[in-house]
Design a protein around this ligand. Structure first.
Ligand code: GBH
Length: 503
């Protein structure tokens, strides 16, 4: 319902899932402890010049040792849903069950899950947040996800997780942002494994081919997802009663010139080349028409009819992460190797240098709250009104890198960000009538921000890396906690205050 055109937060379903999100490599640390095998991010961080300040995930937030404290903190803050990822190589150090299961890894996730459930917090588990086991990656000299073998390896790992943890984990996410893994890992080489056509990738020894490899990697990721979902449905879902899907990403596009129809078309095309690359296959069983009509030289794979049947419908919800928005212009002559570039084919990002809204500490992140509502509506329209989850949304504060701890705790910029984006999400439910069922803030705490290392902070909680990874609640966490617990759940009479969290 709306009143005077305003959406009322209390009109959200009372079971709307408000949560916080994290990922294994970014928080756990304990990289070489208790039998964990290496992953490609351990390897990538060792290459000079890849990560700001030479940082790595060896210690990170030391969540491996501090998880009980963190679960209790979430409980105190009224958090009811926690998105985490499993480290594949902590469970299966050599990548597959036949090469050995790490009992201490199983024990860690069992303890964590049990601690969460005892605290009344629902775990949402991502199976793959970019940390491919090195043992699998290094098996072929071309890089693992280039090989179809990975489809079976991932299925083996997923099957193992469903069997061991599925009695308590009822929300599964197969892959996090396969676009980012593909494009930044194999298109521009800024993330592990650092493969691409440019000089940079040659310099760091990655090799690669931007024109071809992203298409292959993505194809194998989608098949791996489809096969794991098939396994879940055939062997576990009925007995365990959970749900499964993917977490994609979408940078929302706006036409630079709204009266230019070519710019308007470019918007749709760009969305199709990013989120659509992954979601069209799992909804329709094929790649987007927008891609097939542009990439006509055989580089875009096709699904066999058997594969198509396997991936089509392999989701219980459509999940995505949303952060930024960009103006886009059509162009007939995009710069660079456009025809080989699934990222910029026939469109130009931000061609004029105009940004939408203020920029965060992360240069790619422009603050435009209505963009998340636009993305939700684009997904809703294209995919026949699915159940939608926002699995990540958050911001780094300009200048935070250089702030003192005390200054960083008063993160009004982040509060403004969340207030704007969350109210746009609520509008999409209450005004636009889209079936969004949950929202996760990225992130519970500051963590290893990939190539930016620890200098860029996305947390609701401050982590003091110089002092035993000690945690401090930021003002934004207090705001998020008060907002979500006071509005979405009428049965909750009390919410935390600045005073009550101090105990
Ligand atoms: C998410 O990616 C990730 O899932 C999460 O792990 C991460 O911590 C969080 O966001 C914050 O970054 O340098 O030009 O190649 C968000 C989408 C896509 C944003 C890749 C950064 C790199 C742009 N990301 N992008 S570039």
């Amino acid at each position: 319902a709306t009143l005077l055109g305003l959406s009322l937060t209390r009109d959200l379903p009372t079971d709307f899932a408000w949560g916080v999100a994290t990922a294994a490599y970014q928080i756990e640390g304990a990289a070489a402890l208790d039998g964990r095998g290496a992953c490609i991010w351990d390897d990538y961080c060792k290459i000079p010049g890849t990560i700001n300040n030479g940082d790595n995930g060896d210690v990170a937030d030391d969540f491996y040792h501090k998880y009980q404290e963190d679960v209790q903190m979430m409980k105190r803050m009224g958090i009811k849903h926690f998105r985490l990822s499993f480290s594949w190589s902590r469970l299966l150090p050599n990548g597959t069950t036949d090469k050995g299961i790490n009992g201490l890894g199983v024990q860690f996730y069992n303890n964590l899950i049990n601690e969460l459930l005892a605290a009344g917090i629902t775990p949402w588990v991502t199976l793959f947040h970019w940390d491919t086991p090195s043992a699998l990656h290094n098996k072929t000299d071309t890089g693992s996800w280039l090989s179809k073998d990975m489809v079976d390896h991932f299925d083996n790992y997923a099957d193992f997780c469903f069997a061991v943890f599925g009695d308590r984990v009822k929300h599964w996410i197969t892959l996090n942002e396969p676009w980012t893994y593909t494009w930044v890992g194999y298109g521009v080489g800024g993330f592990a494994p650092g493969r691409c056509s440019s000089q940079r990738c040659k310099d760091i020894g990655g090799g690669g081919n931007t024109a071809t490899e992203p298409y292959i990697v993505t194809h194998n990721l989608i098949l791996a997802h489809g096969k794991a979902v098939q396994t879940y449905r055939q062997r576990y879902q009925q007995a365990q009663g959970g749900v499964i899907g993917m977490a994609n990403n979408i940078d929302f596009m706006l036409p630079f010139n709204t009266s230019n129809e070519d710019d308007v078309d470019a918007v749709n095309r760009q969305h199709a080349f990013q989120l659509g690359w992954y979601v069209d296959p799992i909804v329709f069983g094929r790649y987007p028409e927008e891609m097939a009509s542009i990439v006509t030289d055989g580089r875009l794979p096709t699904f066999t009819s058997e594969e198509s049947a396997m991936v089509k419908g392999s989701y219980d919800f459509i999940g995505f992460n949303q952060y930024t928005s960009t103006y886009i212009m059509n162009t007939d002559k995009p710069g660079g190797d456009w025809s080989s570039d699934p990222h910029t084919a026939t469109s130009v990002y931000n061609a004029t240098g105009h940004k939408i809204g203020p920029t965060a500490e992360s240069p790619w992140l422009n603050v435009y709250p209505q963009g998340i509502r636009g993305a939700i509506n684009w997904v809703n329209d294209r995919y026949n009104e699915p159940i939608i989850y926002i699995f990540e949304n958050g911001v780094s504060v300009p200048g935070e890198t250089k702030m003192s701890l005390e200054e960083a705790l008063h993160d009004n910029f982040r509060i403004d960000f969340y207030r704007g984006y969350i109210s746009a999400v609520i509008d999409s439910v209450v005004i636009d009538d889209v079936d969004v069922r949950g929202y996760f803030a990225w992130s519970l705490m500051d963590n290893f921000e990939w190539a930016d290392g620890y200098s860029t902070r996305f947390g609701l909680t401050y982590v003091d890396y110089k002092n035993d990874q000690k945690r401090y609640i930021k003002d934004s966490f207090v705001w998020y906690s008060q907002f979500t617990s006071s509005t979405s759940n009428p049965s909750r009479k009390q919410y935390p205050t600045q005073e009550s969290i101090k105990e």
